[in-house]
Design a protein around this ligand. Structure first.
Ligand SMILES: [Zn+2]
Length: 497
């Protein structure tokens, strides 16, 4: 499209966005949802299959209790009501990666309903309503070969791998989220981040977006103030937290340009493209009636015992929000400082660095400073930057031991991020170590004093602040490998009395 998009500020001044998120989480159970096939990732194609997950005639599904326990725990953590009785439903559609030609899912009787998740955005708490959390089975994977970039167009063959078919999948659907105005993209990202952290804390999934165990569809619509909500689109293929934010923003801009031109928004799915950050039209959205849902006749209803649910609730771990408050207190941070830690996605990283023996202040300095800057520059999540908490702790240990000064530590950290090895190895291989040999430094100090007699006189007459210029000269002479504090002490000792 060649249309020039309007500026974001203008869009949010004229329109009100309503967003909604549908998130799929692959559960980390040992076996599949309705059969005993293993769920481990990476097996040869079609080696984790049996008559049930291949949909062979006469095979019968049996629900996985561990998956039901996991979804109830997710529902409880999201403040949902847990149904006393509910059923699975057949969602009918023909697709090659769905061998039964229907998916066992839940329709009008989901197991968890009507909850919420509180998220922090810019220091404000936004309560996101949860409409439902239900259980279903994953599909297989289709691979198109012989064409460009794995697309079906131009492919000579399509292959199907059913290893993933039947892996338990939890779908979490929010209620529509109005009223976020310009913050809509950030709210969407904050929600998915918080949801990921909650689920990870529960230990029921590894929730890795890049590996597809957490997948997110983003609904976006715009309306004029005081008017009805607009037609929404559903953006698929959103594979990172950053993309969640970008997808909402890009869809808001696109919809505004359509509406500004007097056009109408089509209800459809759209695909998000990582490289360009924009969305393109997918298929027009099916409505529920297209799927001809009906109760699954091969499975008994789920009727979780109230005492069991109460037991699961009592055994929930400390959830991220509570955990963060406790850390904020331990680290002695203001709300604002804690917010920047959160925005940077650095809570767990700092926590792990502190656990490896670094002070909270030093850990925060590295993760929010140098490493955040590098992550922003290369457009990756901080956690994927290439430095581990253990390495950052090791680096700070070298600084604390006086072996590296701040500038050198930053150079070493660059090497860590570039995969050159551990901080100690890089310090050695790059020949970086603080010159603390006072003999060698004294020579450099004397040279600096001799070369700057005017400054030396000032210091002699008590103007200690002038020492900075001499420290700079010595640092330059030692190519930054001296400890500035030691140099300063030596200069002042030389020129006093
Ligand atoms: Zn199976």
């Amino acid at each position: 499209m060649t249309t020039t998009l309007p500026a974001y500020d203008e869009v949010v001044a004229r329109y009100e966005p309503v967003i909604g998120l549908e998130t799929h989480v692959e559960l980390g159970t040992n076996t599949k949802m309705f059969c005993g096939c293993p769920t481990d990732f990476g097996g040869e194609p079609n080696t984790r299959v049996c008559p049930v997950c291949l949909g062979l005639p006469g095979s019968l599904p049996v629900a996985n209790k561990a998956a039901i326990e996991a979804i109830i725990r997710i529902g409880l953590a999201l403040n949902c009501s847990i149904a006393e009785w509910c059923r699975f439903a057949r969602k009918n559609y023909f697709y090659p990666d769905m061998p039964k030609n229907f998916q066992i899912s839940q329709y009008d009787e989901p197991i968890c309903v009507d909850g919420y998740l509180d998220v922090e955005v810019n220091g404000e708490t936004v309560r996101i309503g949860i409409e439902r959390v239900h259980l279903e089975e994953d599909t297989g994977k289709t691979l198109h070969v012989g064409g460009a970039t794995g697309r079906i167009h131009g492919a000579t063959e399509s292959l199907v791998d059913y290893n993933r078919a039947g892996i338990p999948l939890v779908e979490i659907v929010t209620k529509p989220i109005p009223g976020t105005a310009a913050l809509a993209p950030e709210v969407a990202r904050a929600y998915v981040t918080e949801l990921r952290d909650v689920i990870r804390t529960l230990g029921v999934s590894d929730v890795r977006m890049e590996e597809g165990s957490l997948r997110c569809d983003v609904n976006t619509s715009l309306n004029l103030p005081g008017q009805e909500w607009g037609t929404r689109t559903e953006t698929k293929n959103v594979n990172s937290l950053r993309s969640v934010e970008r997808a909402v923003r890009s869809e808001m801009l696109r919809q505004a340009s359509v509406l500004d031109a007097g056009g109408r928004i089509t209800q459809e799915t759209r695909h998000f493209h990582e490289e360009s950050g924009d969305t393109t039209s997918g298929r027009s959205k099916e409505t529920a009636t297209d799927y001809r849902y009906f109760p699954e006749p091969d499975l008994v209803p789920i009727a979780p015992d109230a005492a069991w649910v109460a037991e699961l609730k009592a055994a929930l771990p400390e959830l991220p929000r509570v955990h963060r408050r406790r850390l904020q207190e331990q680290w002695g941070l203001s709300d604002l400082d804690m917010q920047s830690v959160l925005n940077a996605g650095a809570v767990e990283l700092i926590e792990a660095t502190v656990a490896a023996g670094t002070t909270p202040a030093a850990a925060r300095k590295w993760w929010l400073g140098e490493l955040s800057r590098r992550a922003n520059e290369s457009g990756v999540e901080l956690a994927d930057i290439g430095a581990t908490p253990a390495q950052v702790a090791e680096l700070q240990g070298l600084v604390d031991a006086g072996k590296l000064n701040d500038k050198m530590a930053r150079t070493v950290l660059e090497g860590v991020v570039d995969g050159e090895g551990s901080p100690t190895e890089i310090m050695t291989s790059r020949g970086l170590e603080v010159v603390s040999d006072t003999g060698a430094l004294t020579v450099a100090v004397d040279e600096a004093i001799a070369a700057n007699p005017g400054i030396a006189d000032k210091i002699r007459s008590g103007k200690v602040a002038a020492a900075g210029a001499l420290v700079g000269a010595v640092m330059k002479a030692t190519r930054g490998q001296a400890d500035a504090a030691t140099v300063r002490e030596l200069i002042l000792a030389r020129l006093s009395g």
